[in-house]
Design a protein around this ligand. Structure first.
Ligand SMILES: Cc1cc2nc3c(=O)[nH]c(=O)nc-3n(C[C@H](O)[C@H](O)[C@H](O)COP(=O)(O)OP(=O)(O)OC[C@H]3O[C@@H](n4cnc5c(N)ncnc54)[C@H](O)[C@@H]3O)c2cc1C
Length: 326
């Protein structure tokens, strides 16, 4: 990494959103650095499902292909974690393309950037049930479009920890007739109980105290009274928290997402945040986006960033022309 370079765009986060953006930007002949901490959200899953033409591809393979494509067009890929971004102010006029931001990594390295794209994703905060975290993304699931096919016709449980539980159970019924809702902390109300009963979904009252496993496979759900209900998969509703601490110094903080699943960095239709020069795409701004939509948002934001840079360069060119034209 050459610390003297001013990158047209620094992309923070090298998942589907960040790499798609970087591909578009490098193909637009922009200098791009992608800084990635190497912890994509779907890392525990065996495959990326529902992605046209690439269904089932291991997540790591998808990203390896993406990185190779970005490198192929001259993009710089940096392993590391960004801890802060600051706006560069008070810089004397002089450089043709001054940096607007300084991006600081945990190891102290810094990169100057004209524009910033934040594609840091989110953290899934899981219910605190012993044995659950270890199985996340394997047989503890959250998204039927990602994993429903893989558990079709199997005995599946839904852990009720919030108002979405009935909706999740009713949705899952599309893939399997053997759905049990564990009331846990959020028993269904009368209307929900009627809907569940009508769809043949059993409701088990009581607190869930652990998940049972055998030979590295989920086998059941243990209740406080010691009962174990045999299940091969459990669906949960994680709280989705935008990874956005690095934006603190820019005054950008996550707010509640309208879906109720967690928080996000709000953006407009172009991916622009409320801070000029800063865009966001993927799960950090849209927690319900799957890989395809996250990648598409990255591509869309990239095109807008390029247009914004073109506008800045045109302004500068006009000013320079006026200054030299008698
Ligand atoms: C278990 C599981 C299975 C899933 N299965 C599917 C599926 O089958 N199909 C599907 O379409 N979707 C699936 N998803 C959803 C999918 O994971 C997301 O849609 C996708 O990861 C969003 O991409 P992203 O680029 O926004 O974020 P991510 O893929 O999470 O990438 C963000 C990147 O930013 C990096 N980062 C974060 N903070 C920093 C920082 N400060 N500095 C530098 N880098 C940073 C992270 O390390 C990470 O590499 C699944 C999700 C989960 C949890």
């Amino acid at each position: 990494m050459n610390e003297q370079d001013v990158y047209d765009v620094v992309v923070v986060g090298g998942g589907a959103a960040g790499l798609s953006a970087a591909l578009t930007l490098t193909r637009a002949r922009r200098s791009v650095a992608v800084i990635d901490a190497g912890a994509p959200r779907n890392a525990p899953a065996e495959g990326v499902h529902g992605l046209l033409a690439l269904d089932g591809l291991p997540p790591a393979e998808l990203l390896a292909r993406g990185r190779a494509e970005v490198r192929g067009y001259g993009g710089l890929l940096v392993d590391g974690e960004v801890t802060a971004v600051t706006r560069v102010t008070g810089r004397a006029p002089g450089p043709e393309v001054p940096a607007a931001f300084e991006v600081t990594l945990a190891d102290g390295r810094t990169l100057p950037a004209r524009r910033l794209l934040v594609t840091t994703g989110l953290v899934d905060e899981l219910p605190d049930v012993p044995g659950l975290r270890e199985r996340w993304g394997r047989d503890v699931l959250h998204c039927p479009y990602c994993h429903g096919w893989e558990v079709r016709d199997r005995p599946v449980g839904v852990l009720a920890t919030g108002p979405m539980a009935t909706h999740q159970a009713l949705l899952l019924r599309q893939w399997t007739a053997d759905v049990t809702l564990f009331a846990h902390t959020t028993p269904p109300d009368a209307e929900q109980a009627e809907q569940l009963a009508a769809r043949g979904i059993r409701v088990v009252p009581g607190e869930v105290t652990a998940l049972e496993t055998e030979d590295d496979r989920l086998t059941g759900v243990r209740l406080a009274d010691g009962t174990v209900v045999a299940r091969e998969a459990v669906v949960v509703a994680p709280r989705m928290r935008a990874r956005a601490d690095l934006l603190d110094r820019l005054g950008l903080r996550p707010v509640a997402h309208p879906s109720g699943v967690g928080d996000h960095i709000p953006v407009d239709a172009t991916g622009a945040t409320e801070v000029p020069g800063v865009w966001a795409a993927g799960n950090v701004s849209d927690p319900v986006a799957q890989v395809g939509p996250a990648a598409a948002a990255g591509t869309g934001a990239a095109a807008r960033i390029n247009a914004d840079l073109v506008a800045e360069e045109t302004r500068r060119a006009v000013e320079a022309r006026r200054a030299t034209t008698p």
